[in-house]
Design a protein around this ligand. Structure first.
Ligand code: UD1
Length: 421
């Protein structure tokens, strides 16, 4: 298994290209199941999770082409749904596989999707996806670890109110509702930018959607969707990660394609902590606004609140800030697996339930550590970039799920980083 070696202490400087957003590309790829015409996507990141979604869609009958002249583009074409099962082997590797559920039921009238089960960051059920589809007339059965949803005579519009916003459930139901009879209203919908991007793609395919990006989304079903071309929005989590890489090393990075408005409340939190963020003609410039960083309390919340997917990276930053930072995770249980690893590098952190109290130290020290999930892994990369001496990060396959060419991107801006097989 590959490892990453990082020799810390170099202030990063230069230009990083921000890739397309993984979490927008995955649902948008699943949307190709909704039409018999081709969906052309640009700015698709080259990541292990995108590969898993490609394999899954191919099993279901989607033909996928890589136009040779456009390395970041995919053309997905599903003339006919050939299979309606998302097998355990793929779903267990990538939870986002459940995003084929809504499109399959809507187009083919039936779907069988393996239950994702627990994952490293808590139980993560899919009850909201299933309750929504049931309201739209699907019969749901659970059998042998699989969810079976059937709507042989098609789905119908419904009024659905989530008890709390769910990104995946909002996406699944938006896709299903696009081909349902009548109007669907989703209340307490998630408002993440990736949902707005999915809605834009669905609209380009002929769907009638209003309110994406607010808490109430209205979808008027249509009889069929057609082909379209769509460019995936830039990855705000990758952007935030490189912003913090600049700040933690005391360097300065230009982030091409990055967009400030995708940060929501995180922009303000970062500014309070001493991170300078400025819009440029090409994207964003990130560095420190003063000599040192300052401890700032933060709670993760649904968008526009501080993203849970930036929590681990922010904790790494707070490890070397002046004073203390109280970091509360409200979205997922069990999302502090990076804490013991950061402590191996000299961080002072105490966890009480869903809150971690980070007391800043003057410097972190390199150590062998273990990556446990996608965002936890990258927080260790950040800590290592700032640490004295060498850090060895094991189990880095998590990083490859969500960060495109991370060691090349970091090396190009001065990091002493190396992948060893
Ligand atoms: C998506 C993102 C993930 C991000 C998360 C929160 C993708 C592929 N993944 O995950 O990176 O961390 O949003 O921003 O886009 N819940 C239920 N029942 C459900 C669904 C969710 O109880 O049916 C709970 C979850 O356990 C969690 C909360 O709702 O506590 C939010 O989860 P959700 O927004 O659905 O996250 P994902 O779509 O899985």
């Amino acid at each position: 298994m590959d490892r990453i070696l990082i020799e810390g202490g170099v202030p990063l400087s230069g230009l990083v290209e921000i890739s397309g957003a993984k979490n927008a590309a995955l649902p948008i790829m699943a949307a190709s199941l909704l039409s018999e015409e081709p969906l052309a996507l640009d700015n698709v990141p080259d990541l292990a999770d995108i590969g898993s979604m490609r394999r899954l869609l191919q099993e279901l009958g989607v033909e996928i082409r890589h136009p040779p002249a456009r390395p970041r583009s995919l053309v997905l074409h599903c003339p006919e749904v050939l299979d309606t099962t998302a097998p355990y082997d793929i779903v267990r590797k990538m939870r986002a596989s459940v995003l084929v559920l809504g499109p399959l039921v809507a187009r083919a009238g039936t779907a069988r999707v393996s239950l994702p089960g627990g994952c490293a960051i808590g139980p993560r059920p899919i009850d909201l996806h299933l309750e929504g589809l049931a309201k739209m007339g699907a019969e749901i059965r659970l059998e042998g670890g699989y969810v079976e949803a059937r709507a042989p005579r098609g789905l119908r519009g419904a009024r659905i109110r989530f008890p709390q916003p769910s990104v995946g459930a909002t996406e699944n139901l938006m896709m299903a509702a696009s081909l349902a009879r009548g109007e669907t209203v989703i209340e307490e919908a998630a408002q993440e930018p990736e949902i707005v991007d999915l809605a834009a793609c669905l609209a380009a395919m002929g769907a009638r959607i209003e309110g994406a990006g607010t808490s109430t989304v209205r979808i008027e079903g249509v009889a069929r969707l057609h082909g379209a071309r769509h460019a995936v929005l830039p990855d705000r989590i990758e952007t935030g990660t490189y912003v913090m890489a600049a700040a933690i090393t005391g360097g300065r990075l230009q982030l091409r394609h990055a967009r400030l408005e995708l940060f929501g409340a995180a922009a303000e939190t970062l500014a309070e902590a001493g991170v300078a963020l400025a819009e440029t003609a090409e994207g964003l410039e990130a560095g420190r606004s003063r000599d040192g960083l300052t401890g700032v309390d933060v709670r993760t919340l649904p968008f526009p609140g501080f993203a849970t997917d930036l929590q681990a990276q922010f904790m790494a930053l707070m490890c070397i800030a002046e004073g203390a930072a109280m970091i509360t995770e409200t979205i997922f249980e069990n999302r502090f697996m990076h804490v013991p690893e950061l402590m191996r590098m000299g961080a002072r952190i105490t966890v009480h339930g869903r809150t971690a109290l980070v007391r800043g130290v003057p410097a972190l020290k390199g150590a062998p550590v273990m990556a446990t999930d996608l965002r936890a892994s990258v927080s260790l990369v950040l800590a290592a970039l700032a640490a004295e001496g060498q850090t060895e990060i094991n189990r880095i396959y998590h990083l490859d799920r969500g960060y495109e060419r991370i060691e090349q991107k970091l090396a190009a801006v001065g990091a002493r980083i190396e992948r060893v097989p």
